[in-house]
Design a protein around this ligand. Structure first.
Ligand code: HEC
Length: 141
């Protein structure tokens, strides 16, 4: 009985430290990873170059959440840079894509914070997209 108890306790300790490590190595979009100023700049670019084909709901609905949740932010950045605007892919600067990315996060109810979102895929690959809307249970896949 005592041995079984110790085994369970050891398993709990191991599990606890593993998940603490995972939380360290990947910040999430819920941690305030862009500034309000970036999102405002992104809004202006969005209005000029994206609304002709998109409405905000196409970047914040359940399909968008299901597709991008859990992936590194660099994936979405890479997609925007290589594919959007669809009519002229790659026509914005890396900085402009970063601003639009900040605005997309804002559209999804992610909080702004004090530190700017970096225009750098390596840094963005360390930020995990976490978009679960309140009341949304799609995370339990
Ligand atoms: C000429 C039309 C057009 C323009 C302009 C355009 N898009 Fe798109 N966008 C599309 C289409 C069509 C898709 C569907 C995927 C595909 O065909 O590549 C898409 C897909 C996307 C997706 C993926 C949506 C998902 O559910 O995964 C994102 C994000 C996106 N666009 C962002 C933008 C942003 C940001 C801009 C402005 C910089 C922009 N788009 C400009 C047509 C456009």
């Amino acid at each position: 009985m005592t041995r079984l108890f110790l085994g369970v306790a050891a398993a709990l300790v191991l599990h606890g430290s593993a998940s603490a490590q995972a939380a360290d190595s990947a910040r999430s979009t819920r941690a305030g990873v862009y500034t309000a100023r970036q999102a405002a700049g992104g809004h202006d670019i969005y209005v000029l170059t994206c609304v002709s084909c998109h409405s905000p709901s196409s970047h914040s609905g359940p399909e968008f959440v299901a597709k991008w949740s859990g992936r590194p932010l660099s994936d979405l950045f890479g997609f925007l840079r290589s594919s959007m605007p669809k009519s002229e892919p790659g026509s914005l600067s890396a900085r402009e894509y970063t601003l639009v990315l900040a605005y997309l996060l804002k559209m999804n109810g992610m909080p702004a914070g004090p530190v700017e979102l970096p225009a750098d895929s390596v840094a963005l690959s360390r930020i995990r997209i976490e978009l679960k809307a309140s009341g949304d249970t799609s995370q339990a896949r």
